[in-house]
Design a protein around this ligand. Sequence first.
Ligand SMILES: [Zn+2]
Length: 457
Amino acid sequence: MVGGNYPHCEDIDVISGARILSVGWDPEVRYDIHIGDSKIKNIVSQSAGPSSYTTRKVLDASNCLIAPSLCHAHIHLDKCFLLSDPEFADLEITKGDFDEAMEITSKAKVRFQRNNLVKRGRWLIAESIATGVTHMRAFVEVDYIVRMKCLDAAIELKKQFAAACEIQICAFAQEPICSGTQGAANRELMEAAVFNEHVSVLGTTPYVESDEENVKKNIDWATTMAADRGVHLDFHLDYNLDGSRNTCADLVAKQLESMTLYQRNRPSSKKLTVVLSHCTRLTLHSEPDWQALSQRVQNLELYFVGLPTSDLYMMGKPHNHEGGGERVRGTLQIPQMIQKYGIQGAIAINNVGNAFTPYGSCDPLSIASMGVGLYHAGTKQDARLLYECVSNRAIESIGDTSRPFTIGESADFVLFDLGGSESGLLSSQRGRKTLQEVLYDPPKERKTIFRGNLITT
Ligand SMILES: [Zn+2]
């Protein structure tokens, strides 16, 4: 049973003797990281030998690698682990396509109850924190089926984990809001949800609308509403590999330009971002198309979040190519978009344990690690970029700031604990000394520090 002091938070003054895995830091040197008021106060090298502290709360990290904490730029809190919850055991995957995923999930949603939502959500948050996650954008659906149940459960979880993880709630319309018999009802509920004080993101799914006209209406309604309310905006966009259809990314960029959305209603301290995810249609873009998109988004707070596990699963189905040889898969080439086109981006888990994505864990590093093969990104520079895509770049995409290992920044870290004696002949633990090694084969043992507290779930 979860007690009143859950999750456990232990205040730390100094993280002692860790090797820093971040740009500009010597991986051969051990450092003491001093923390005050939840922020990094100082970082001191141990080149003259280990420091000794007698009175302060010291975390011995002499056998740890320390890196910026991790972030879920995109995760569905309400429909996680449906496939491992006995309450939904009858809702099995039999075909594995998108329509079935929608159907199974809609059936599950009819049965959603607060206790069940909180239970599964807690699994997701606790497992995520254990991997090093300190920030997440949590999507919860609002529509005629669930009404405000998912949102209410998310608010309860946000409060429960406030000392352990920054949970940003996205009120999300997975269902149509401009077409179909329930479109108007869904839109009305979303309008109410977005005014909830705990909601800081508005999300919709233009591709589920009945036709192109309603796709445009969906995007138009969401951008206007997000601007009026002063919340972040997040679209599930373009979930197809059909070259005869238009991409919506241009549409969104054009709309943002014309509305100058983020010049309006923005207090100088609050950065609002727009995120486009899936966008599988963009994988059919030619070089000139990419150059044009790159030009168009340069001055916008627009981020692309790749969701490779879901994209591979949904796009990998053979369709008409039953022979098996030809299976086109499409997922955004996020590292290339960043490096070649200067487009801002991150990668994320999206779903765990449901019909949209039955496989995978809550560990963002598992996605980054998969990226080595997926994006053919095996170099030292690639490893750094992939790590950033699930840490500071992911945090920036959801509107927060993160300058790793900078004095005055929030003390949010993940420590990779190597256990045992790092170089002793008797140790059976294989040490890792570089970020590449961490990416190629992420260590299991980790410690999570959020705002200067060691978090245990
Ligand atoms: Zn999603």
